[in-house]
Design a protein. Structure first.
Length: 168
């Protein structure tokens, strides 16, 4: 089963915060490229392939410009997170997809970068939410119990991913 099929199955088997038939959108500002995108990625009960391509491009490895398919379930997680905190503001993207080269470089120059990071698979994103306390965003993300959540106080961002539930 491909990305879209797997994500659709995952979406149908969990309780959604919003009406599953309702449109779902995400809004991003990439802190490194300055690019902005607000897009309805779920419409008429299905993911919108053209919009997913736009999101993949925005969330590319900004160091290498390599584009990778992002897990649509990550957008569902971000949609539900933004809905739960009651914000219509854009997520500020610190890091999304990482190429193997970028991940290796970051592992050598920083602490806390996993060798087999879910960023390499398009299943993780590091964000903050404009005008919303990052510590509180991490708490709400943990309450969703939908994957990994890391809070990086010093760097002021939250990592969320669609892997197994775990916190740091």
């Amino acid at each position: 089963m491909g990305w879209l099929g797997a994500a659709a199955v995952g979406t149908s088997t969990r309780a959604a915060i919003a009406d599953p038939a309702a449109d779902k959108s995400v809004s991003f500002v990439h802190t490194h490229t300055g690019e902005k995108l607000t897009a309805v990625y779920w419409h008429d009960g299905q993911y919108q392939p053209e919009v997913l391509l736009q999101l993949n491009h925005l969330l590319r490895d900004f160091r290498t410009n390599e584009v990778h398919a992002m897990d649509p379930a990550l957008f569902d997680l971000l949609f539900d997170l933004r809905t739960k905190v009651g914000s219509d503001r854009a997520f500020q993207v610190i890091s999304a997809y990482r190429s193997p080269q970028t991940n290796a470089m970051l592992r050598h120059s920083s602490q806390g970068v996993a060798e087999h990071s879910l960023h390499l698979q398009g299943k993780a994103i590091d964000v903050r939410l404009e005008s919303f306390p990052t510590a509180r965003l991490a708490e709400v993300a943990r309450s969703l119990r939908r994957g990994g959540v890391g809070y990086y106080r010093t760097s002021d961002f939250v990592h969320v991913d669609t892997g197994r539930v775990r916190y740091w």
